[in-house]
Design a protein around this ligand. Structure first.
Ligand code: SF4
Length: 450
């Protein structure tokens, strides 16, 4: 029997796999790679958990919230496992790498714990369960990027992992421990994957990496994110190319000129700063200070004036005083980011901060600082959006507006969301809109050209 979507031969009664992911985009992408691997081995995907023979959760461990949600899901599966003990239940990704055996302790009905570097072997692990009570696989090794390009949640856009791991060891972050050292993929391999995706109908590609702007350094052959972008921009049919997430220490003029000089490159840079206080940045081991960050942002805007800037903040990091926090507010106002993602600090076991620093800012104060930064950002975003009225922008239409099903929405090259009316489904198409109204989060447009 042939799987209708992939064209791969499957057995008469294929096993059904249910996959749910939690956390960052990298986890989402890895979860899709896992499903692709399983489909190559004859599994079919089901969106209904009760129907599945194999239930997998792929989870990020950067924030405690994602892990707790997975434990919540696992709790709900106790009954199902009792009724159907042959159902395989697995936890994968950073959470598996981080929690290891602790997952079995909290959820004894779990069969599989597979870390970030072993998903290539997922089908073999599932089969192995015929012989073993449980499988745990969290060693580090080489990751294979073999992929069924048709296995992706969106037909018009796709994510491509170009490097993994992080050498930076920020004190609050678990990633260097769960993903290991930085490893870049060969550029030819990435190009092959992007070409295959574009041939399969993808128009927008987002390159992923934990510190994506250090891409190529470990290859020691002169490759860089800039040279990778130049290689990929030549692919016919690729309409938009972007990358996440970057670290402030490796954003240079060469990279910005490459972005400026070809229209395929999105005008969107997500550059987490985390704090506006040098004292806190040192305690975080970020490897940059506020001045160098400001200079980088000035350089980016000088070379690519229409670049939309996004950042991350952590409020209530151990030892953060009111004066430190005020410096974050000042930096946010001065740089005038388009978007800020604000997180209240919480201790992640296994990190350096968890071992050495006391979580001493009260919850209520963290919540207040969170609110203050978001309110500041909202004011700036609203003002920046309002200044755009009358402009024409090309957007990639993503689908029906979540708030109003008579409207559609898409994103500009700056990653701004634009909502507009249309009398037909334009999903997956690039259309031109004129901006006519705005809020802090959304722009509203009129369709000019489809
Ligand atoms: S740069 Fe810092 S925050 Fe980003 S992944 Fe590496 S250790 Fe984590």
């Amino acid at each position: 029997m042939m799987d209708a979507e992939s064209g791969i031969e499957v057995s008469a009664t294929p096993k059904r796999v249910y996959m749910e992911d939690f956390g960052c985009q990298m986890n989402k992408n890895d979860a899709e790679l896992v499903v692709g691997r399983l489909r190559m081995d004859g599994f079919v995907r089901t969106p209904i958990v009760e129907e599945a023979d194999v239930i997998l959760y792929y989870a990020c461990s950067v924030r405690e919230h994602a892990e707790e949600r997975v434990f919540g899901r696992l709790g709900q599966l106790k009954r199902l496992k009792k009724d159907r003990p042959e159902t395989v239940i697995g936890v994968m990704g950073c959470m598996a790498q981080n929690q290891k055996e602790r997952i079995f302790e909290r959820a004894p009905h779990v069969d599989l714990v597979v870390g970030t570097q072993r998903f290539e072997d997922i089908a073999a692990f599932v089969k192995d369960l015929d012989h073993h009570a449980r499988v745990i696989a969290v060693d580090q090794g080489e990751v294979s990027y073999r992929r069924d390009v048709s296995e992706r949640p969106d037909q018009h856009q796709a994510f491509v992992t170009v490097m993994r791991g992080c050498d930076k060891f920020c004190t609050f972050c678990i990633v260097p421990f769960t993903q290991g050292r930085e490893r870049s993929r060969a550029p030819e391999d990435i190009e092959r994957e992007v070409r295959a995706l574009v041939d399969d109908g993808v128009q927008q590609v987002t390159l992923l990496g934990q510190r994506v702007n250090t891409y190529g350094l470990d290859l020691n052959c002169g490759e860089s994110l800039a040279s990778l972008l130049q290689r990929l921009e030549k692919i016919p049919g690729l309409r938009r190319l972007q990358f996440i997430t970057s670290h402030p220490t490796h954003i240079d003029e060469t990279l910005m000129r490459v972005i400026r000089d070809h229209e395929v490159h999105a005008r969107y840079l997500h550059l987490p700063v985390q704090s506006g206080s040098d004292r806190i940045l040192r305690a975080m081991n970020r490897g940059h200070d506020v001045d160098s960050y400001r200079r980088t942002m000035d350089m980016v805007r000088r070379i690519v004036p229409d670049m939309s800037l996004a950042t991350d903040w952590i409020v209530g990091f151990p030892g953060e005083t009111e004066a430190d926090f005020d410096q974050s507010v000042r930096l946010l106002r001065d740089v005038e980011f388009q978007t800020s993602f604000v997180f209240k600090y919480s201790t992640r076991s296994g990190t350096r901060a968890a071992r050495a620093l006391e979580d001493d800012v009260p919850e209520v104060e963290k919540a207040r600082r969170n609110h203050v930064l978001l309110a500041e950002q909202e004011t700036i975003s609203a003002r920046r959006h309002a200044a755009r009225m009358g402009e024409l922008h090309e957007i990639l239409v993503e689908g029906i507006s979540k708030r109003d099903d008579s409207r559609w929405f898409g994103r500009t090259a700056q990653n701004w969301i634009v909502v507009f009316r249309a009398d037909r489904d334009l999903s997956g198409q690039f259309v031109k809109v004129k901006l006519v109204d705005s809020t802090a989060l959304t722009l509203f447009g009129e369709l000019v050209e489809a």
